[in-house]
Design a binder for this molecule. Sequence first.
Ligand SMILES: Cc1cc2nc3c(=O)[nH]c(=O)nc-3n(C[C@H](O)[C@H](O)[C@H](O)COP(=O)(O)OP(=O)(O)OC[C@H]3O[C@@H](n4cnc5c(N)ncnc54)[C@H](O)[C@@H]3O)c2cc1C
Length: 355
Amino acid sequence: MKKIVNFYLEDPHLQQLIRHYLKEDLYLWADGELDEFGRMCAGEIDERAVHTDRDGQPRLIKYNRFGDEVSEIWVNEGYKKTVEETYNRGIVGYIRKEIPELGTKGNYLYSFAQGYLLSQTEPGFYCPVTLTMATALLLDKYASVEVKEKFLDHVVSTGEVELFEGATFLTERQGGSDVGANTVHALVQEDGYELYGEKYFASNSGMCGIAMVLARIEGSGSGTKGLTLFAVPWRKKNGSLNGIHVRRLKDKLGVRAVPSAEIEFEGAKAYVVGQKERGIYYMMEALNLSRICNATASIGIMRRAYLEAKNYTFHREAFGEVLAKYPMIKESLVKLAVMLFSGWQRCSIAPQMIK
Ligand SMILES: Cc1cc2nc3c(=O)[nH]c(=O)nc-3n(C[C@H](O)[C@H](O)[C@H](O)COP(=O)(O)OP(=O)(O)OC[C@H]3O[C@@H](n4cnc5c(N)ncnc54)[C@H](O)[C@@H]3O)c2cc1C
């Protein structure tokens, strides 16, 4: 059976879009980068993704050998390599900072192209990437200079400083769609705020260096309008947990590469981002970005499914012919191709992001 060796080179439609929308110098650079990343996604990243999904899923190490709570998340070595290689290619970083070879920033389109290639093999890991993208957006746009200085360089790292992956924690047991029912609260301390309470579906727990969290400052109103956005480092400077306990990891049907957890804040040091009680508005902006990422990931998954199905029909023989020769098989493939193409069309990217 034909082996897919490079998701980028197999995809003239993607190459055409990149050429059409990116400025000349960025295009020339991105074309080479995506060629290499497309090969990696069809090669070593794909092999690691299979391992992560089947045998090497993240695990919670709740206690160390002395019986102390450590609430660490174990991930396999291949997954760590994929994390490092992907962020170092600027999937988050180059949206906000200069690409050294060009002296200009990248943009969301280049990042989404990477995300589309990555989602053809490891959509589970594209989830943390998008959370990190959202974290960078919120910090860059709304955080104070002091908070930005503490965290932003780490969130947009392409290898020069320690990477802090991001996370966005809204959901509570009683508050999923109904985020206004949230009860995680922030107590005022002499040097800032501390968070208390439980988050019920916290993706990238333990892997993130910093999480963007919605919480209610004591005395704030009820409902969504009483929520403030906080930046919460996962660990303190000395490496110990920042008043965060992981209760358990969710046993999910898919996207297994991302550890999604139930967590408890017990005095977690937290930094206000933006204006108090406007957290829901900031978070909604981040969720809008997630929507585009979700669409990107979805067409990545569709593309891989189509490629695998097509290649199989040219390999498998039945009744003396390869399946691809039979009219109903052709019809099925055409239907898949049309759905994929209309997915591409619907995934129209907000023009202000294509800069
Ligand atoms: C893989 C995965 C990762 C996740 N990661 C995170 C994360 O990192 N951070 C985070 O904060 N959350 C995360 N979540 C949680 C997710 O945000 C919630 O599941 C979501 O907000 C829905 O909340 P709920 O599950 O409590 O469903 P509910 O709110 O209980 O909804 C149940 C059903 O009722 C419907 N419904 C609810 N309200 C209405 C209404 N007014 N009208 C009509 N229908 C309605 C919903 O559409 C849904 O079908 C994750 C979830 C999944 C599956």
